[in-house]
Design a protein around this ligand. Sequence first.
Ligand code: ATP
Ligand code: MG
Length: 345
Amino acid sequence: MDDTVADETARGDMTGIASEPVLRVDGLSVEFLTDPGPTRVVSDVSFAIGEGETLSLVGESGCGKSVTVMAILGLLEARRSRIAARAVRFQGRDLLAPGGKALRSVRGRGIGMIFQEPMTSLNPTMTVGEQIAEVLRFHLKLDRKAARARAIALLDRVRIPRAAERIDDYPFAFSGGMRQRVMIAMALACSPALLIADEPTTALDVTVQAEIFDLLRELQRETKTALLLITHDLGAVAEMADEVVVMYAGRIVERSPIAELFVRPEHPYTIGLLGASPEWQSDKRRLTPIRGRVPLPGDRLDGCRFAPRCPFVVDRCNSEIPPLAEIGPLHEAACWRAPLDPDQP
Ligand SMILES: Nc1ncnc2c1ncn2[C@@H]1O[C@H](COP(=O)(O)OP(=O)(O)OP(=O)(O)O)[C@@H](O)[C@H]1O
Ligand SMILES: [Mg+2]
């Protein structure tokens, strides 16, 4: 990794949580080794999630949410990417340790994953029962009979009617919402301490989306699983998240407890994002639509990457990257205007 990444990762711990959370990501940066040269797509991202907590990662398409998750899970192709971090720890274990041993043992077992499109994650040539049972046999070493019984119980738990019959169906016989329920069942099969859901509902219609979020919330209450939730649905974020991390062009621009974020969004991008969502149209601070376009990862910008689109831009924004600064309890924003300076226009 180049010097700039090393410099950034050498800075202090920004997570602000003293005891060991379930997942702690500290100073994560990711570059892709593209043709013209390395392109940074994630810069100095830090967050932590405790038991039973939900942290939501939000931001426009392409801001680096999925790459962050893929890097944490070691799913990026090593030849084409470079990852640097002060720490990525799951239950205190270093997920970036050489050899990937810690990662292999937690993926699918300690950490369950739900992705956007269930059909691409499910194997169309195996029944859903076989697929869930495979996870159970692999990770928990259950025998065939025990795995099948547990798979039925899991399908029942994600509210699939007549689970004992449906278990022998192939994925194509399930609707999109049901397939996502199967994915949730597989993700929860080994009672993971952390569930990562990356856009779990975007492929589904609105009523089914609400059902899936309800299900996730219920299961989380029962299991105390920590949840890292990536979604464009700010209504779901408002209902589910304890903390929100807002990303813009690969960087965290704001982090806040949920209640505070919707009442007192600080970063102009967050204000714009909330304004851009139909749920928050009544917000007096809305700035819809956010003018301009998201910078591409290769675009050279010396200062704040939101500066070209920001209605409050000042000179400094174009030359210096604003650091995340505390503006309230557990509330940080990376903006030269934060905390709002009464002398500024
Ligand atoms: N394998 C790759 N090689 C090169 N660039 C990549 C690769 N994967 C992702 N990127 C780039 O990294 C940036 C972040 O992508 P990412 O998929 O994390 O966005 P996202 O925030 O998840 O967006 P969305 O909301 O659309 O899912 C994008 O500019 C994307 O084009
Ligand atoms: Mg994504």
